[in-house]
Design a protein around this ligand. Structure first.
Ligand code: HEC
Ligand code: HEC
Ligand code: HEC
Ligand code: HEC
Ligand code: HEC
Length: 171
């Protein structure tokens, strides 16, 4: 009898741990609920360039999310009979920014800039996945320290050492 309880406990424990791992993975890679059903796929298929909307990664630390004004430059006329676009127009009329939920953000204590990365010829897809195919934006990698270091350590020396210095990424 004792043995029975012991094994039952063991099985429950293993199932519990596996569920925990699964749930964290689902959480990490799930798409957050957004205030407007914005689809990258629709816009990329319409021929719009990433940098038309995310215009600052080459100039500043942030890639930036486009303003309502930028959206309305097209949606004053394009698809303005669609409910989601009317909701967009509502933000414009109320002069409110759209509270987009961040998909890939770093903690406060991390320094990340797109500038050096794009300068070495990395493409957006290397880090963000095939955004152009996504109807809902979601993360494709866990952007943790291991991920950053993995790539940095592949650089030739002495650059790899410089890029693995704690103070390169930690403020
Ligand atoms: C080396 C990996 C890498 C590459 C290449 C990259 N990104 Fe990013 N991107 C990140 C990381 C990491 C963040 C989160 C930054 C933060 O929160 O400080 C981010 C954040 C963003 C954001 C959110 C807003 C912001 O500025 O934080 C947008 C939009 C974005 N990237 C677009 C792009 C586009 C467009 C390209 C290609 C031109 C690109 N990224 C290339 C890693 C990358
Ligand atoms: C350069 C022009 C352009 C810009 C800028 C633009 N869009 Fe669009 N958008 C389009 C086109 C083209 C379509 C496809 C219209 C269609 O299928 O009839 C579209 C479709 C949409 C739809 C789907 C409408 C539907 O229900 O079928 C939504 C929602 C939308 N855009 C939101 C946005 C948001 C939010 C922004 C700003 C971040 C934005 N758009 C910026 C051109 C643009
Ligand atoms: C028509 C404007 C538009 C175009 C073109 C566009 N984006 Fe975006 N992008 C947005 C908007 C709006 C958001 C915020 C809503 C969301 O996350 O879906 C966003 C969010 C993102 C994010 C998530 C940022 C974060 O951390 O929250 C990434 C990464 C990104 N875009 C990359 C790209 C790449 C790569 C391309 C080109 C393949 C591209 N975008 C083209 C409007 C655009
Ligand atoms: C796919 C590869 C790749 C990934 C992923 C990546 N990096 Fe980089 N990063 C590079 C390369 C290559 C350089 C060097 C650019 C150069 O030659 O100046 C660099 C440079 C930097 C620099 C400038 C350091 C300096 O002294 O010049 C910082 C800061 C940085 N990365 C932070 C990060 C952080 C934080 C992450 C994770 C959130 C990250 N990187 C993810 C490839 C990557
Ligand atoms: C290439 C960029 C990079 C380098 C180099 C780097 N880190 Fe990190 N580190 C990160 C990122 C991104 C995070 C946040 C994500 C995470 O927790 O994995 C982080 C998180 C951490 C955390 C967890 C902090 C918390 O409160 O969650 C510790 C501790 C840490 N780093 C220590 C170090 C030390 C010590 C070094 C030098 C030996 C170092 N890191 C070098 C990118 C880097």
């Amino acid at each position: 009898m004792n043995r029975f309880w012991f094994f039952s406990f063991l099985i429950l424990l293993v199932v519990g741990i596996l569920t925990g791992i699964l749930l964290t993975r689902i959480q990490v890679f799930s798409a957050p609920e957004q205030p407007i059903a914005y689809s990258h796929k629709t816009h990329i298929e319409a021929g719009i360039q990433c940098l038309y909307c995310h215009s600052s990664p080459l100039r500043s630390d942030l890639a930036g999310i486009p303003s309502v004004k930028k959206c309305m430059g097209c949606h004053n006329v394009i698809a303005n009979d669609k409910p989601e676009v009317q909701e967009l127009a509502g933000y414009w009329e109320r002069e409110e920014p759209i509270p987009w939920v961040r998909v890939s953000s770093q903690p406060e204590f991390i320094y990340f800039s797109h500038l050096p990365h794009l300068g070495t010829g990395l493409s957006c897809e290397t880090c963000h996945g095939d955004i152009g195919q996504m109807t809902v934006t979601r993360p494709v990698v866990k952007m943790d320290m291991g991920w950053c270091l993995d790539c940095h350590l592949k650089e030739p020396q002495p650059k790899a050492t410089r890029l693995a210095d704690c103070l390169a990424c930690h403020k």
